[in-house]
Design a binder for this molecule. Structure first.
Ligand SMILES: Nc1ncnc2c1ncn2[C@@H]1O[C@H](COP(=O)(O)OP(=O)(O)O)[C@@H](O)[C@H]1O
Ligand SMILES: [Mg+2]
Length: 250
């Protein structure tokens, strides 16, 4: 199945504040879809709804053709088996080594798994992000880029089909951010992992995006192939992409 997430007439928000209305888009397998828009437009809100942290006000979300019941623990648990999340601040536990941090989802979901299998899973992911040698280090001993890669290894350890990332390159210098981008591209190419990435880093968008979801003024402004954004001749879009880096977020 190519279309692994389908979003229909989705309204999201908090309390009685609707942040975004009537969203319709889909996420295709093996692609990187970026969610774009000005700060505060609701990018993180959409991501939180997709991963079940924020039940939608209205509308439907389907994963692999199955409608998610965001109020059902069983439905969410089934979803969590197949997705990974890279949180904005990496959210590694400082008192645990890298190995232990990456092993955490395994221990929580499969507490009885034999240690050799656990080790194999953790080592595989740490090698894929280039951190196997650093497995016994603590997060504080690592650079920001290494911490992000470790968080990515942890997001991947249970072999998810989709990884959701909220501003993965926030706080990284441009070179480290570019390394993280190529890591995501490699994971997509080699392991067919699908990514949904919230970002406002223009360089990163240019490097990784297959499809774009642009949010503006409480609605979906554009959804489609990233490359086609520029043939639209749309003033709002062009202005944002022409903005020099550092002049504000998209
Ligand atoms: N936990 C929350 N409770 C209430 N309102 C929130 C919460 N989080 C975000 N918002 C509001 O929702 C809107 C969208 O926020 P957010 O999704 O974080 O934007 P973005 O990620 O695009 O910067 C903003 O107006 C913000 O103030
Ligand atoms: Mg955000």
């Amino acid at each position: 199945m190519k279309e692994i997430i389908k979003v229909k007439n989705l309204d999201v928000g908090y309390g009685d504040n609707v942040v975004l209305e009537n969203l319709d888009f889909h996420i295709d397998r093996g692609e990187i879809t970026v969610i774009l828009g000005q700060s505060g437009c609701g990018k993180s809100t959409v991501l939180k709804s997709l991963i079940g942290l924020l039940p939608p006000f209205a509308g439907d979300i389907f994963f692999w053709g199955e409608k998610i019941d965001y109020f059902s623990e069983a439905s969410l648990q089934a979803l969590y088996k197949r997705i990974g999340v890279l949180y904005q601040n990496s959210a590694l536990l400082n008192s645990l080594t890298l190995y232990e941090n990456v092993a955490l989802p395994i221990i929580m979901k499969h507490p009885d798994l034999p240690e050799e299998i656990e080790r194999e899973m953790v080592y595989t992911r740490l090698s894929q992000v280039g951190l196997l040698e650093n497995r016994d280090k603590f997060p504080a001993e690592l650079s920001g880029g290494m911490r992000k890669r470790a968080a990515l290894a942890r997001a991947m350890v249970l072999d998810p089909d989709i990884i959701f990332c909220d501003e993965p390159s926030a706080g990284l210098d441009p070179i480290t951010a570019a390394e993280l981008d190529s890591l995501m591209l490699n994971l997509k190419e080699l392991f067919d992992i699908t990514f949904v990435v919230v970002t406002h880093e223009l360089r990163s968008i240019e490097a990784i995006a297959d499809k774009a979801i642009v949010l503006k003024d409480g609605v979906l402004y554009y959804f489609g192939p990233y490359r086609e954004l520029f043939s639209l001749g749309d003033r709002y879009i062009n202005e944002f992409f022409l903005k020099p880096r550092g002049a504000g977020s998209l």
